[in-house]
Design a protein. Structure first.
Length: 260
């Protein structure tokens, strides 16, 4: 019959195990909910500072996604939402962090901070121009555009005009039946529609809803958590007086289920 280890040996083995555990690299957290993703260790300081003004747990929950799902973060910039979504769809899911060339230039420094020397689980860089998003058909459980839907109405030298019908058609085709599409954008003044998309980077919620419903997607709700009654909608969203505190609307749509 084998003898039990002595107390001294037991303590020595325990200490060794603790030391090895401390030296082992931390594994990426596979979080199943948005709230867990937000509290995952190792997140960037810039993301932690952004959490308070974004209410990401509320926004992500509206997508109704979970492990194994596939999501496209359209015009995702530096990937703030993509990293959180990547944890929500773990294990087995995938998030496409989409940018076009103009957004890549705008978000270059943020993308470098996010990906250089860091694990960003379940997130795939997906650089494509609006005319060919490369999303496939019936492959997405959800897609989102955060504060960039108004750019579909924007054009200048470094941002060629986008064919909105074609662009949205690609997203609709890529969504599975029942898949969700979410936008967050800066509210424009009543009656402004999309006329201030270029000058103020804003769009009226009613205009966005009218145009998105015209694609065949069905409006299913939203949230008021990003509203700010103190924003009079007159300033450019990058104006220091309002930047980061604009009145924002949130809209969620679903692709109709295929008829049986």
């Amino acid at each position: 019959m084998a003898r039990r280890p002595t107390t001294h040996l037991t303590k020595s083995l325990a200490a060794t195990a603790l030391a090895l555990a401390a030296l082992a690299p931390a594994l990426p957290c596979a979080a199943g909910t948005a709230e867990e993703a937000i509290h995952s260790p190792g997140r960037l300081q810039q993301d932690l500072e952004r959490d308070a003004r974004e209410q990401p747990a509320v926004i992500i929950d509206l997508l109704d996604i979970g492990p194994g799902d596939r999501v496209a973060d359209i015009f995702g910039g530096a990937g703030y939402y993509s990293e959180l979504l990547g944890r929500v769809v773990a294990p087995g899911g995938e998030v496409l962090l989409h940018n076009n060339q103009a957004y890549l230039q705008y978000a270059a420094a943020g993308l470098q901070r996010r990906f250089d020397g860091r694990e960003v689980p379940n997130v795939v860089r997906h650089d494509r121009e609006p005319a060919d998003l490369g999303l496939g058909e019936n492959r997405l459980d959800a897609a989102l555009i955060i504060m960039s839907y108004h750019d579909l109405y924007f054009s200048e030298e470094n941002w060629p005009a986008i064919d909105r019908a074609d662009f949205m058609g690609q997203i609709v085709r890529a969504l599975k039946p029942g898949g969700r599409f979410l936008i967050v954008d800066h509210q424009a003044a009543a009656g402004a529609g999309a006329t201030v998309a270029h000058s103020l980077h804003r769009i009226e919620a009613a205009t966005a809803r009218r145009d998105i419903e015209a694609t065949g997607l069905v409006y299913v709700g939203g949230t008021e958590v990003l509203r700010n009654p103190g924003d009079d909608h007159s300033l450019n969203v990058f104006d220091p007086a309002i930047r980061g505190r604009t009145d924002r609307f949130v809209q969620v749509y679903a692709k109709p289920e295929a008829p049986k």
